[in-house]
Structures are given as structure tokens and as C-alpha cells.
Write a protein that binds this ligand. Structure first.
Ligand SMILES: [Zn+2]
Length: 352
């Protein structure tokens, strides 16, 4: 085997992640290294609009014994298999010495994006995305009233490679008596930046992205989507309203329309990139609901696990052991790839 063309010099660059207050290592040359590990195959087979054994389809029976109504738009129900439950033990067994424990409590809900088993965010009409956003807003209004709810985590896991076996488009809601670590870290970073500079951190990030311009995928009057300068995952995208709001509930109707359009732009480009249903973890970064957080800027992250159509980004020594991400790709390059593809979904038949 000849190795004459393979460069073994490591040219690493570190980029500061201002929201996590940590360094991301960019090692873009690694993408080309030979890969002998596991590869994944993303299926693009036709999925039916209804599946008789899907626990999310309208009218079907769930494991709890409840039957889904014949819903016609977005549908929310309490998760039958919650990670966080309402009936967690009152008093955990007291641990020894320095170890601590506390009650984890919460409400877990499932948000079916629409009644159709196969209609993903990338392919659904814009109005459907607006309905989903309106539902998320209603869930904020309702759940923040509940006693002991400190935080609302909204997310969507899409694709088998992130552990989702059921393709029926849906998201999840965790309303918990604790604040997730990422949100806590971001909140402290935003507060620290404000006290040290007098400026808002996320507004500064948006400004920096606009000044550079190379990583912006879409922008209109109210919303912006970009591959952040400090992206940890290849094809990571942030979507944010330009006006600082601490949760999705505070968006005006115009801002909701913009956000829906921006989400569509991003998800369509994702699918078009490799003409495959693009897997990702989407998460809403919202301020805790137990007080006022005037420096928190709500945003949405899309973190896709793939670095090319068949290769997963594995978390290994540097990430799990060392605690810092190594990115195999330059954010400017992956942004360019996403900018180049069409914003019309590949499955939409072209007019002759
Ligand atoms: Zn279904």
C-alpha cells in the first residue's frame, strides 16, 4: 500500500465556543482518512402515509391502552415511556459521603407533527410547521404554570442512527424540575458576557456571522440560520430569531412565520444534500421557566450525527475521554455544501 500521497502532518485549529465556553478542535483533513469501521445505510424507501402498528398514527392503540384520536393536525399526548416521570420516588436512598442525589421529576410528552406517517418537516407545507410552532408555544404557556417545572426541553430525534425506529414525524417535550446542563452552561455564558461587555452574547454571534457571511444558509427580516463558526458536528446548524426572546412562546406571529420558513429551508437542504432523509437531533434552547432570564436568547440547534452519507461521527477519545470535540470538517466548507443544494425538496416532482 502506498502512503506517499497521505500527509501525516496534523494541522489543527482551535475555535472558541462562546456558548459552551470551551474550545472546539478543527481537524478538517481527517475527513479524507481511510475508514474501515462501521458504516450506516440510510433508507430512502417509500414510507406509507398510515401504518397499522404505529403508536403515533391517528386512531391507533398505544401500549398504555389508550387510543389516539383521529387527529387532523398537530397532536400532543403524555409519553407512555417517559425518561422522566411524575411518580419518581420522593426520597432517593441517601448516598455516602460526598455523593448527592435529588429527585428528578417531570412530565414527558410526545408531539406528533401531523397525522401522516411519512410527512416530515422537510416535506410538509409551511403552514404545518407554523402549526407545530404554535403548539410548542401553547405547551410553554401550559407547562410553565405547573408546580416544580423549572425547564422545558423540546427536541426531535430524527432517523434510526439517532435511535428512532418509528419514522412517524414527532418531537418530544421534557418539562423537568431541573435545568439541563447545556442550557445551564449557555445561560451562565450569556450572563457572564453581558456583565463583562455590556452586550448580549447571542446578538454578538449573529453579528459575527453576518459580518463574515460565509456560513449563513438563510436569513430574512426576523430569523437567521447558519453553520456556527464553532460547530462541533459537521452540518451543525443554528436557527434563531433575530430579536432576543427567552422562549419560543414570546415570538410574534410574523416571527413564527419567519421561523417556520427558516426551519423549512434548513430541513429541505439537509435532505437534498445526499438525497436522503437526513438524520439529526434538533433541540430548542429556551431559558428556564422559574424566573426572568433577560440575557437568554432562544435558539434552535440541529446536530446531525453523520459526516458523510455512510459515516457516523463517533464520540471517542477526544470527546468522551478528553471532553473536547474534534470536528472533521471546516464549518465554512459544510455551509457551502448546504448553500449549494436546492431549497426545493428532491422528492417534489419537477414540472416538465
Ligand atoms: Zn404513524
Amino acid at each position: 500500500m502506498s502512503t506517499t500521497n497521505v500527509s501525516h502532518s496534523l494541522k489543527w485549529e482551535e475555535r472558541w465556543h462562546p456558548l459552551r465556553e470551551e474550545w472546539v478542535v478543527i481537524a478538517a483533513h481527517r475527513q479524507g482518512r481511510p475508514w474501515r469501521g462501521e458504516t450506516v445505510a440510510i433508507s430512502d424507501k417509500d414510507i406509507p402515509t398510515y401504518q397499522y402498528n404505529c403508536y403515533l398514527c391517528p386512531g391507533n392503540l398505544r401500549v398504555s391502552g389508550e387510543r389516539n384520536p383521529n387527529y387532523r393536525s398537530v397532536h400532543v399526548f403524555d409519553n407512555d415511556h417517559p425518561c422522566v416521570g411524575q411518580n419518581a420516588p420522593e426520597k432517593p436512598i441517601a448516598p455516602a459521603h460526598l455523593y448527592q442525589s435529588r429527585n428528578a421529576r417531570g412530565i414527558a410528552r410526545v408531539v406528533c407533527f401531523n397525522p401522516l406517517h411519512n410527512l416530515t418537516m422537510a416535506e410538509m407545507p409551511l403552514q404545518n410547521i407554523e402549526e407545530i410552532i404554535a403548539t410548542w408555544q401553547d405547551q410553554v404557556y401550559a407547562l410553565r404554570q405547573r408546580p416544580n417545572v423549572k425547564h422545558l426541553l423540546f427536541f426531535e430525534n430524527r432517523g434510526e442512527v439517532v435511535g428512532v425506529s418509528n419514522p412517524h414525524p414527532h418531537g418530544q417535550i421534557y418539562a423537568t424540575n431541573f435545568v439541563f446542563k447545556t442550557i445551564e452552561t449557555e445561560l451562565l455564558a450569556m450572563q457572564r458576557y453581558k456583565s463583562e461587555t455590556g452586550a448580549e452574547l447571542f446578538a454578538a454571534i449573529i453579528e459575527a456571522e453576518q459580518q463574515d457571511g460565509r456560513r449563513i444558509l438563510f436569513e430574512d427580516e426576523h430569523a437567521i440560520a447558519f453553520v456556527p463558526y464553532f460547530a462541533r458536528y459537521a452540518y451543525e446548524v443554528y436557527i434563531a430569531p433575530k430579536r432576543r426572546v427567552s422562549s419560543i412562546a414570546e415570538l410574534t406571529e410574523d416571527e413564527v412565520v419567519s421561523l417556520a420558513l427558516t426551519m423549512k429551508e434548513v430541513t429541505v437542504r439537509y435532505d437534498n444534500l445526499w438525497q436522503l432523509p437526513f438524520p439529526y437531533v434538533m433541540c430548542m434552547h429556551q431559558a428556564p421557566v422559574d424566573g426572568e432570564y433577560p440575557n437568554f436568547h432562544f435558539f434552535i440547534s440541529f446536530q446531525p450525527p453523520l459526516r458523510n452519507p455512510t459515516t457516523l461521527k463517533y464520540l471517542a477519545g477526544p470527546e468522551i475521554g478528553g471532553g473536547n470535540f474534534i470536528s472533521d470538517t471546516l464549518p465554512e466548507d459544510t455551509a457551502l455544501e448546504l448553500q449549494k443544494v436546492s431549497n426545493t425538496h428532491y422528492r417534489i416532482p419537477k414540472l416538465a
